[in-house]
Design a binder for this molecule. Structure first.
Ligand code: BGC
Length: 378
């Protein structure tokens, strides 16, 4: 691939090349109306970097609508599942690209006890609460705020979640920002403050399909997860509390493995998850540094995605509930045509004292960073 090498691209030149297309546009942010959710206007923001990588985000759910990156021939395509109109999102899609909160993932029996008081949450997944309940942060309109710095295309958004919303205590003020840099990184930063102690777990729920063709399955994608343990689950996908070694199991992705190579293995955890739908335990980096969590590559297009994060967990979900049945708006999501790599805290942490703490208290600031880096393999 011809074009300009970035400093970071050169550092990573062993296995991948940076994404370069010509002519080079300046980093920019543009926006346009994207429709209405009830009485509220929804805006679509488009971030573009100097290589032509393009990221679209809408204010409904602070949702990643599309990420366009080139394949090894330079052809741009969207690598996440999404729609070019608002309507299908309003009709109900399983969290495509959304910012999920107040608590990403499941809380067992939709309840937890904090400082001696029991809280009942909205129950929207069998007995459990999933991704913040019936109307989580993915179904709220986020306000766009001015973003500091001009060196990269940046979008900063805010959502104030009322005390008691979906059963959670305290008014939570949450921010998420998306920054697309010229070295082909999308930096996602989360922060939050609260008026009363509350669990917080914010994550992005993009479904990746690096082929750029949402009709192809992701089973040929090759995945590496830098984790030696995972959290096995029960039949409602709540962790048992154990940190189980991946060695000798289909959950060992410490070396690159095709997702489809072991997904049908005779394994109790794969049966319970209907495939992969589990949290991997990331060893913490020094300080509050972003550390390598996963690398996903698609051998056919050459596209590669590296994920770094400050978070302690990575939920790898292989799109098992994309079942090929028509959704409310007539669209069909064929089986396993997208996969999620959600950097977050462990599921059900408010009920699992041995898991890393997810309680935010007044005077404290929640913060988390995840970095997606896009490149191509020759
Ligand atoms: C969960 C899946 C769930 C999906 C969509 C993922 O984060 O792990 O179990 O089906 O979200 O709701």
């Amino acid at each position: 691939m011809s074009g300009v090498w970035t400093a970071m691209g050169l550092l990573a030149a062993v296995a991948t090349t940076s994404l370069a297309a010509s002519p080079a546009p300046k980093p920019s942010v543009a926006h346009a109306p994207f429709g209405r959710a009830g009485n509220e206007a929804v805006e679509l923001y488009t971030l573009t970097n100097a290589h032509g990588v393009e990221v679209q985000v809408m204010t409904y759910g602070a949702t990643l609508v599309s990420i366009k990156t080139p394949d090894r021939t330079g052809r741009l395509a969207n690598i996440i599942l999404g729609f070019d109109t608002l309507q299908p999102y309003l009709a109900g899609v399983p969290y495509f690209g959304a910012t999920v909160g107040r608590y990403a993932n499941r809380i067992a029996n939709a309840r937890f006890t904090l400082d001696g008081k029991q809280y009942e949450l909205s129950r929207n997944d069998g007995p459990n609460s999933l991704h913040g309940g019936s109307r989580g942060f993915d179904k709220r309109i986020w306000q766009v705020e001015p973003s500091p710095g001009k060196s990269a295309a940046t979008l900063r958004m805010k959502y104030v979640s009322a005390a008691g919303e979906e059963g959670y205590p305290g008014e939570l003020t949450a921010h998420v920002s998306y920054r697309l840099s010229d070295d082909d990184r999308l930096v996602i930063e989360y922060s939050a403050t609260t008026t009363a102690a509350t669990p917080v777990n914010l994550a992005n729920h993009a479904y990746f399909n690096l082929t750029g063709d949402p009709h192809q399955t992701i089973l040929g994608h090759v995945l590496t997860i830098d984790a030696s343990r995972f959290t096995p689950v029960n039949s409602t996908l709540i962790p048992l509390g154990e940190l189980r070694p991946v060695a000798g199991t289909p959950f060992d992705f410490r070396t690159p493995m095709a997702i489809g190579s072991r997904i049908a293995a005779d394994d109790e955890q794969l049966r319970l998850g209907h495939g992969y739908d589990h949290n991997w335990v990331l060893e913490p980096a020094a300080g509050h540094e972003v550390r390598l969590a996963a690398v996903l590559t698609d051998p056919t297009s050459g596209r590669s995605l590296e994920i770094r994060t400050t978070q302690p967990g990575l939920q790898f979900y292989s799109g098992n509930f994309l079942d090929g049945k028509p959704a409310g708006h007539g669209t069909v999501f064929p089986y396993r045509t997208g996969l999620c790599l959600e950097t977050q805290h462990f599921p059900d942490s408010p009920n699992q004292p041995a898991f890393p703490d997810t309680i935010l208290r007044p005077g404290q600031r929640y913060s988390a960073t995840t970095v997606l880096r896009f490149s191509v393999q020759k």
